[in-house]
Design a protein around this ligand. Structure first.
Ligand code: ZN
Length: 273
């Protein structure tokens, strides 16, 4: 292969879908990669799962406030899409605080939660299958063409790893882990911020191992910069508490990078420097 051809291949932009539990998770967790790392070289579409939300740091999250808060958070996501360079759409599942009405974070932050009885896991798995639109799932007409809106399969799907055990993140992580090997699209699990900042490297490794024993990390950005964190803070004023900003300080102090875990040998070759 000649040098020019190599260059052309390197410049080919792939289509990456990033599943986001809530409005805010993708710039929080992959913002540096979107700005200056491996994700910045490709087209990124974000699909938000829990688009019905009443959670902000600014007002008490009564169920009645879900409508106005959801609109507010959609505006924030639109700003983030412009600043970080992605398009987004949202599904309409209710986030955990709205489902359970329990504001105590210990009720929804549990890395060892048993989701065996939660019907959302299979609902979300179906949704991911639709996003992958794989031949396994069968969405082609008799001519082998894709049916429906004409959307094409992505080249890669990224999902949260559930680090820190937020229930909504765990639902997506467990659903995706159950689909490994069945999707016609590679899947990677990204580090969940701000929660992961509070975990030791041992705790992170134990969590990833519980998800799937074959997962291996790949760095997808350089060290997270203060300017990237300032952009995230500017995009999501409704979410910023000291829990978030302290986590940003920890990430910067430890020179943390954006990380995605792939099943052994399954990371796409084109996702490299
Ligand atoms: Zn989240």
């Amino acid at each position: 292969m000649g040098r020019q051809e190599l260059g052309a291949e390197r410049r080919e932009r792939k289509e990456i879908v990033v599943i986001s539990p809530h409005f805010d998770d993708v710039p929080l967790s992959l913002g540096e990669s979107l700005r200056s790392g491996l994700l910045s070289m490709h087209r990124v579409r974000v699909r938000v799962a829990f688009g019905r939300t009443n959670w902000t740091s600014r007002m008490h999250p009564t169920p009645e406030r879900a409508r106005v808060v959801s609109k507010w958070r959609r505006l924030e996501e639109t700003a983030a899409g412009v600043m970080f360079g992605y398009r987004w759409t949202a599904a309409n599942w209710s986030e955990v605080v709205l489902r359970d009405g329990n504001l105590d974070s210990s009720s929804f932050l549990d890395p060892l939660v048993d989701l065996g009885d939660d019907p959302l896991v299979s609902d979300v798995a179906e949704w991911i299958l639709d996003i992958a639109d794989s031949t396994v799932h069968g969405k082609r007409n008799a001519l082998g063409r894709r049916t429906g809106s004409g959307a094409t399969s992505p080249d890669l799907i990224l999902v949260p790893a559930g680090l820190g055990g937020h229930r909504d993140h765990m639902i997506i992580a467990v659903a995706a882990a159950g689909l490994l090997g069945r999707l016609g699209v590679p899947v990677g699990f990204y580090e969940d911020r701000p929660y992961s900042a509070y975990l030791s490297s041992v705790e992170r490794a134990e969590h990833i191992g519980r998800l799937d024993s074959s997962l291996e990390p790949r760095r997808v950005s350089g060290p997270i910069r203060r300017s990237t964190q300032q952009m995230v803070r500017a995009c999501y004023p409704s979410q910023m508490t000291s829990y978030f900003t302290d986590a940003m300080d920890l990430d910067r102090d430890s020179k943390d990078v954006d990380t995605v875990w792939f099943p052994s040998g399954k990371a796409p070759e084109w996702l490299s420097e």
